[in-house]
Design a protein around this ligand. Sequence first.
Ligand code: NAD
Length: 264
Amino acid sequence: PTPLMAGKKGLIMGVANDRSIAWGIAKACRAQGAELAFTYLGEALEKRVRPLAQEAGSNIVLPCDVADEASIDATFDAIKKEWGKLDFVVHAIGFSDKDELRGRYADTSLQNFLNTMHISVFSFTSVARRAADMMPDGGSLLTLTYYGAERVMPHYNVMGVAKAALEASVRYLAVDLGRQNIRVNSLSAGPMKTLAASGIGDFRYILKWNEYNSPLKRNVTLDDVGGSGLYLLSDLASGVTGECHHVDSGYHVVGMKAVDAPDI
Ligand code: NAD
């Protein structure tokens, strides 16, 4: 049988290291024959991303700071030169000042609110518009979100507000781009030990809580998010758009602490 992603070209944004969610999805797409390009933020991360790109058979490794519109333009110009077209994009990017990922949401500063929204929400819209211009045959766009968009989670604060806006923008983009046969979805991952997560207060407690109280009684892995990401990016999900797909061991259906959950 032909691999699921044979002949598809995809841009992977948000790999920082081999624990990044973007890397999990990239590996799954590569295993099904996708051709990949990668972006990285800053020279320090370039050193980590280059060898991973190579492992994924890619020599397209581009700097991109999504806080800078000119930088996003440069990335898409480079992709246009290399490939001419694009079939899918993974946007696995989020940022907030870690001093505000603890304490009260009520104390969020204006500057960090705007910066968090810029990098974690607007950047997806900005990327989607440029990607759509390079998808004459349709395509699939995927971003990463968290249950803290839907329910209040300790310390998630302004990031929860940003993820709620991100999920809403997925629905608006799905309508705007649907007539071009471009699908837009989000994957709501359970807590995972990544660089970004290390900024969140009491993260080990959150991991344990999810492990003890989710239906599957475990945390999700890079392979879990990789498989579900692959599905949403591939033609298997050809009828799916505007969706928020939970990959969280089922945690989002649970109403209260399991009676047999150990103390943390
Ligand atoms: P990560 O640290 O591996 O990835 C975050 C990426 O965002 C990094 O590659 C970083 O370079 C990039 N980034 C930050 N600011 C940027 C900017 N201005 N321009 C370009 N890139 C920038 O962590 P991760 O957990 O894999 O995060 C990926 C996505 O998954 C994020 O949106 C995060 O909110 C989301 N998510 C994470 C979890 C979790 O528990 N780890 C759960 C649900 C959703």
